[in-house]
Design a protein around this ligand. Structure first.
Ligand SMILES: [Zn+2]
Length: 480
C-alpha cells in the first residue's frame, strides 16, 4: 500500500529540477521598461522595441498574480515574463504537424529564443495542417520556412532553424537549452533524443546533479489519438522505460528476409530491400511509396517470392502499408497535443504551476477521452537506469537469436543493432548491418553458435543502434 507521504515525495522530486532551471539561467539584472516602450525603432521586429502596452496581458495574468492553481512556492513577479522573453532557450524538434503548432504556441506565450530542427522538406500533402507553409514553399526545408514565418509574424521572436538531423548535433549543442520539446513522428528519433539527454546527466558518487537535467516534453499523435508527456531525464520515466507502450516495430532480421521468409511482410521486404536496389527497375530512382508503378513492381516481386515459399496474403494494400509505414495525420489532434506540450513548457520555464505528472493520453476516436497517469521508471531500463543489461542465452544459441532478441524484445526494440565484443584483447565486430561490406563479411556469424564464436559466460557485448547515441553494454549469461 502506498503511504500518505508517497505522493508528496514524488511531487517534490518533480518540482525541484524546475526550480533549478531558473537558478541555472542567468537572470536579467535590470528590468527593461516593459510596457512603456511603444516606439518601434526597427519596424517592430527588435526585442525591446516591440513590447507595446498590454502585449503580454494574457501571460501576465498567470505570472503576476496568485491563484488557486499556482505552485505553492510561486511568488508572482514580473521576473518570470522577463525570463521567458530574454533568457529562456527552447529547442523544438520537428517542424511538421506538431512543430508548427508548437512554434506558434511558444512564440505567442512569450518565448523568443527558440531553435527548431527538422531534416524534412515541405510536401504538398502537408499544407492542410502545417499552417506555416504555403504552396510556394513546397520543396523547401520545413525548419527554415517555419522559422521565417514565425519571425516575420511575431515581433521580437527569434527562431533559429536547422535543416538537419538530430544526429548531426553533439552534446554541446543540446546542452545550451533550458527545455527541449519533441514533435516527432518517429520513435527512433525520440529514443535517440531521450538517450542524448540521459548522456548529458552527471552523477557525483551516484547522486544525480539536478543542474544537469534538461526537461524533455514529448508529444506524439497518430490519427485521433495522441499523448503528451513530461520527462525529467534520470528522475522520471524516460521513453525507453515505457517502450512496451509503443506498438512493436515492424522490423525483420535480414537473415529471415533473405533466406527463410515466413510472413507476407518478409516477401515484401525482400522485394523492397534486396531486389529494388539490385534490379533498379526505374533506373536510379529510389522507391517512392506514393508512386503506384513502384508499389505495383514491389507487389509483383513479393507475390512471386511468396509463391516460392507457399506464403499467402501478399496484397497490393499490404505492400503499400509495409512500404509506406503509413501514419495518418489529423490536424485537430496535433493542435490538442501541441497545446498540452506548450503549456508544460510554460509551466516548467516559469515554475508557476506544477508540471504534468507525467503522461497524458488523448483519444477522440469515439467521443472524447483523456486522462493522465504517472508512468513509472523501469528499474533496469537500458537507457536511464545505469544497471548493466543481462542477456540470458545457452552457449548453443546462434548469434541470429541474440540479434532477434535485441530487435523483438518489447523493452529493447532495437532497429539494426551492431554487436561488438573483445576477444583475446582485440575488438571484434560480430555483426553490423548498416555498412554493406561489413554486413556481408559478418553475416556468416549469424548462423554460428555463441560458443563457436568464442564467447564465454559473463562476456560483455557492446551494442550500438540508431535508437541511442550511446553504446549499450550487455553481459552475456550462459544458461544451461
Ligand atoms: Zn528509462
Amino acid at each position: 500500500m502506498a503511504d500518505a507521504e508517497e505522493p508528496e515525495k514524488k511531487r517534490r522530486r518533480i518540482e525541484d529540477p524546475t526550480e533549478n532551471l531558473k537558478h541555472r539561467a542567468t537572470r536579467p539584472s535590470v528590468h527593461p521598461p516593459y510596457g512603456t516602450n511603444v516606439m518601434a525603432v526597427d519596424g517592430g521586429h527588435g526585442v525591446g522595441g516591440c513590447d507595446w502596452d498590454g502585449r503580454w496581458n494574457h501571460v501576465t495574468k498567470f505570472l503576476e498574480r496568485p491563484g488557486p492553481f499556482t505552485h505553492p512556492d510561486f511568488e508572482p513577479s514580473a521576473e518570470s515574463l522577463q525570463f521567458l522573453l530574454e533568457t529562456c532557450k527552447i529547442l523544438v524538434i520537428g517542424a511538421g504537424g506538431l512543430g508548427c503548432e508548437l512554434l506558434k504556441n511558444l512564440a505567442l506565450s512569450g518565448f523568443r529564443i527558440i531553435h527548431v530542427v527538422d531534416m524534412d522538406t515541405i510536401d504538398l500533402s502537408n499544407l492542410n495542417r502545417q499552417f506555416l507553409f504555403r504552396p510556394k514553399d513546397v520543396g523547401r526545408p520545413k525548419a527554415e520556412v517555419a522559422a521565417n514565418f514565425i519571425n516575420s509574424r511575431i515581433p521580437g521572436c527569434k527562431v533559429a532553424s536547422h535543416f538537419k538531423k538530430i544526429q548531426d548535433f553533439d552534446e554541446s549543442f543540446y546542452r545550451q537549452f533550458h527545455i527541449i520539446v519533441c514533435g516527432l513522428d518517429s520513435i527512433i528519433a525520440r529514443r535517440w533524443m531521450n538517450g542524448m539527454l540521459i548522456s548529458l546527466l552527471s552523477y557525483e558518487d551516484g547522486v544525480l546533479d539536478p543542474s544537469s537535467i534538461i526537461p524533455l516534453i514529448d508529444g506524439g499523435t497518430e490519427g485521433f489519438k495522441g499523448n503528451a508527456r513530461v520527462i525529467l531525464p534520470g528522475m522520471t520515466a524516460c521513453i525507453d522505460c515505457t517502450l512496451e507502450l509503443y506498438p512493436p516495430q515492424i522490423n525483420f532480421p535480414m537473415c529471415t528476409i533473405a533466406s527463410m521468409p515466413r510472413l507476407p511482410e518478409h516477401c515484401i521486404e525482400y522485394a523492397r530491400i534486396l531486389q529494388w536496389p539490385k534490379e533498379k527497375p526505374f533506373g536510379d530512382t529510389s522507391l517512392d511509396g506514393d508512386n503506384p508503378e513502384h508499389i505495383e513492381w514491389v507487389f509483383e516481386r513479393a507475390r512471386k517470392r511468396a509463391a516460392e515459399f507457399n506464403i499467402t496474403g501478399v496484397t497490393y494494400r499490404l505492400t503499400q502499408g509495409v512500404v509506406k509505414r503509413i501514419i495518418p495525420a489529423v490536424a485537430s489532434t496535433n493542435a490538442v497535443i501541441a497545446a498540452a506540450c506548450a503549456t508544460e513548457v510554460f509551466k516548467i520555464a516559469t515554475s508557476a504551476y506544477i508540471p504534468l505528472n507525467n503522461y497524458l493520453v488523448f483519444n477522440d476516436v469515439d467521443g472524447l477521452y483523456t486522462y493522465t497517469f504517472e508512468a513509472e521508471r523501469k528499474e533496469n531500463c537500458s537507457a536511464c537506469s545505469q544497471v548493466p543489461q543481462d542477456l540470458q542465452f545457452p552457449s548453443s544459441a546462434k548469434l541470429q537469436e541474440v540479434l532477434q532478441f535485441l530487435t523483438e524484445s518489447a523493452s529493447l526494440q532495437m532497429k539494426s543493432p551492431a554487436i561488438t565484443t573483445t576477444l583475446e584483447g582485440k575488438n571484434k565486430t560480430l555483426y553490423l548491418q548498416s555498412v554493406k561490406s561489413i554486413e556481408e563479411r559478418t553475416r556468416p556469424n549469424l548462423c554460428k553458435t555463441l560458443k563457436e564464436l568464442g564467447l564465454s559466460d559473463g562476456q560483455e557485448l557492446a551494442v550500438a543502434d540508431v535508437t541511442t547515441p550511446q553504446t549499450v553494454l550487455f553481459k552475456l549469461n550462459f544458461t544451461t
